[in-house]
Design a protein around this ligand. Structure first.
Ligand SMILES: *[C@@H]1O[C@H](CO)[C@@H](O)[C@H](O)[C@H]1NC(C)=O
Ligand SMILES: *[C@@H]1O[C@H](CO)[C@@H](O)[C@H](O)[C@H]1NC(C)=O
Length: 287
């Protein structure tokens, strides 16, 4: 009787462990990596109408991310100060399950970062989420929100020519999500889905122009404006100061290592439980 309960317990334990390692192993490369976030100064009172409107807005975002890579929502209210607006945008290459997972993580992160503030925004590697009581939907906004340039390559004959060619292609490609590569240089750009094609082009021209002029000879660069971004990375971005956004591979390996360590610890725990069990069963005067 005790034995079957133990077997059942071990089985459940193993099942949950394999679930944990699977969810680590199958998480798409780096999509959950945090890039930046911001919150408004204004706060809402706990238990207020605003709080419940925010909850229903966030629920709508989470539901929608299971079937669409972009959406916007407005939660109307009888009192104008309780109206809330929100949107999310997944990276153009994410599948629907990955988009939903990413948006769920971004919403959780925004909740931690922007606890009780009226507005909040979080950009992860794979998706963006923003909500506020001030409408920003459909408004082109080219404010720089995050800029990061890698160390300078310092080599005129290096990949900078390729970098410029990749950026020029991104600028002329068309579409809300754009990727390109040449030699050792990879680039990508994306607009948030509430911009028209013309606004997107205008926003990306600004982001790409700034990336070229402000990141100079940097081995990688990220230029996030409020409604669009452009990024590039050269082979020389290798291992260095800002590993996360550019080394999906090592992040992935980190997750694998983590899963292996969890597995090993579980193995040791099982062994201890097993030995204790055997001793209890076979020791004649075991207490
Ligand atoms: C947003 O909420 C804050 C705090 O309640 C308020 O001061 C501000 O006027 C609101 N903004 C809009 C656009 O309603
Ligand atoms: C917001 O969503 C509605 C309904 O899905 C859509 O008709 C509208 O065009 C969207 N607005 C913006 C600014 O994206």
């Amino acid at each position: 009787m005790a034995r079957s309960a133990l077997v059942h317990y071990l089985f459940t334990f193993l099942l949950s462990l394999s679930f944990i390692s699977n969810s680590y192993a199958s998480s798409p490369t780096g999509t959950a990596t945090f890039l930046f976030g911001g919150c408004t100064q204004q706060r809402f009172a706990p238990g207020s109408a605003y709080e419940s409107n925010l909850d229903s807005l966030l629920t709508s975002l989470l539901n929608s991310a299971t079937y669409s890579s972009y959406n916007n929502f407005t939660v109307e209210s009888s009192s104008p100060q309780d109206v809330i607006y929100g949107l999310y945008q997944c990276r153009g290459d994410l599948s629907m399950p990955d988009c939903a997972t990413c948006v769920a993580r971004a919403v959780t992160r925004a909740g931690e970062l922007c606890s009780k503030t009226c507005g909040g925004a979080v950009q992860l590697e794979g998706c963006y989420v923003k909500y506020d009581n001030d409408s920003f939907l459909g408004v082109e906004d080219k404010t720089v929100v995050m800029k990061k340039c890698g160390p300078s390559d310092g080599d005129e004959a290096g990949p900078m020519g390729q970098r410029d060619a990749v950026l020029a292609n991104l600028a002329s490609e068309g579409g809300l999500y754009r990727v390109g590569g040449s030699g050792e240089v990879q680039g990508s750009a994306q607009c948030i889905g509430d911009l028209s094609a013309g606004e997107c082009q205008d926003c990306l021209s600004e982001a790409i122009g700034r990336l070229k002029s402000e990141c100079g000879m940097a081995v990688y660069g990220d230029m996030f404006l409020a409604k669009c971004y452009a990024r590039y990375s050269t082979g020389r971005a290798g291992q260095h100061v800002y590993p996360q956004p550019h080394e999906g591979k090592s992040t992935d390996e980190g997750s694998k290592t983590f899963a292996i360590i969890v597995g090993l610890l579980a193995g040791v725990a099982l062994l201890i439980i097993f030995v204790a069990f055997i001793r209890k069963v076979f020791e004649p005067n075991g207490k």
